[in-house]
Design a protein around this ligand. Sequence first.
Ligand SMILES: Cc1cc2nc3c(=O)[nH]c(=O)nc-3n(C[C@H](O)[C@H](O)[C@H](O)COP(=O)(O)OP(=O)(O)OC[C@H]3O[C@@H](n4cnc5c(N)ncnc54)[C@H](O)[C@@H]3O)c2cc1C
Length: 479
Amino acid sequence: MIQQAGTGAERERVVVIGGGPGGATAAAFLAMKGLAPLLLERERFPRFHIGESLLPASQAVWERLGIAEPLQHSGYTFKFGGRFAVGRSRKDDEALSATGTFSNIPPGYATPRPFAYQVERAVFDKQLLEHATACGARVREASVRRVLFEGERAVGVEVLDADGVTRTIRCELVIDASGRYAVTARQRGLLELDPVVQTSACFAHYHGVSRDDGALQGYFNGYYVEHGWVWFIPLAGDVMSVGLVQNKPACDRWSNDARVELERVLGRHAYMRKRFAKARSSSKARMFRDLAYRSRSFAGPGWLAVGDAAFFIDPLYSSGVHTALLMGEAAAEAAAASLEHGGCAKPLHAYERRFEKYYRFTRGYICSVYKILRTHSAATAYTWVPGVLFNNLDHPLIRPVTRFLNGYFEEHHGFALMARASMEAAAFAAGTLARWTGWGSWERFEAEGGEDSEPLLLDAPARELPAPRRASARMPVAR
Ligand SMILES: Cc1cc2nc3c(=O)[nH]c(=O)nc-3n(C[C@H](O)[C@H](O)[C@H](O)COP(=O)(O)OP(=O)(O)OC[C@H]3O[C@@H](n4cnc5c(N)ncnc54)[C@H](O)[C@@H]3O)c2cc1C
């Protein structure tokens, strides 16, 4: 049944599409400003979502949201830092590593809680959404079919409600936080894939993967591999989230079997393989293709895009949720300012400018990292410099790196430009050497490890988790 626009259409001031971290944050801040938005979420929470490692810079947003204290007591794994490693040889049990500890964040940036969490997103997202409701947002289970436009201005949404009826909701402002579904950008033909970061990921949960002791047990662990990296994210209850991200051309060689591709790489490297001695898999494995994309516009008359609905670059520095939180808060500010001045466009433009700059800056850095990851020798240097030369980033000269890598992206444009220049130079030199002599290439690293005789391939769990409803793992390309 379709209820047509015009007569009988519901009216709201602000509609938020999506109840992930971006939408829940925008809705909570709007409610705190007395604007009590209507948030539309298509999934019934709790639901699976990837994106489990968070950043300490988010603590500042959580303090302002009034949820920092409850989050601390919710049983998530405490994350006090991260370690990135690269193997000297595939047969070595130990890999060269660089550890970044949040206690190295210089005073002035550290919040009262200088740590982050590793979270099961089903639980975390539900908690954030319930907080938004407690702040005064109204949440409704409904799938947004399309955003309604009159000329260039967004004037409402068409939704499919849980009772199967299609309804029209008119509003003054739409905040699109629909994640990779990117309702507005898709509808307007604004989506484009990244030409440099062309990564894909496969990931799964395991029980019994070994962890470090003490505070280190909650650290994020990353291992650089050919054109990419592997994540180990320790969740509560002895669950380890493990994922593989590879850029082209490496991911072009993948089959469609996520478990095979993930466990082949884990099994090939002794320093990862040994962590699985007592492991068993505890979830289905999933694969996402084409991770990096953007909308050509993050805002327009009557609408704003937040988090993944605007862009996603890469999971490498665990910045997705933090970015969604920052954008959610800023979108609430911009929406409130715009409504206060009769729908004025200026705050929306300012929002778009701020995050366009944020996007270009963080993307530039990530592009340089993937250039570094094209050769084993450059990846080794990228680990050796902070790990050995700068004593695990604990050096006054390199502390901006710790700050930057923990979410203070906007504050460090100058530093990152310098870091990028040196990374690009190193990547170019290592790449040229590898092309001419083969020295330092991933091909040589792989060949020196001998035959791939023992792939890991753990048994699939007897009962796999159901796939999220109506979710399509593949990022559709804008046409
Ligand atoms: C492989 C991979 C690994 C990642 N790892 C990390 C990590 O370790 N740390 C990190 O911080 N980030 C990580 N990310 C990124 C992170 O998952 C996202 O950046 C983050 O979830 C973005 O939040 P969001 O609120 O913008 O979107 P989402 O969390 O995706 O929320 C969007 C919501 O909108 C709803 N929705 C969609 N369409 C509609 C519709 N039409 N109507 C109503 N509701 C709708 C969806 O159901 C969903 O609940 C990773 C991403 C990938 C792909």
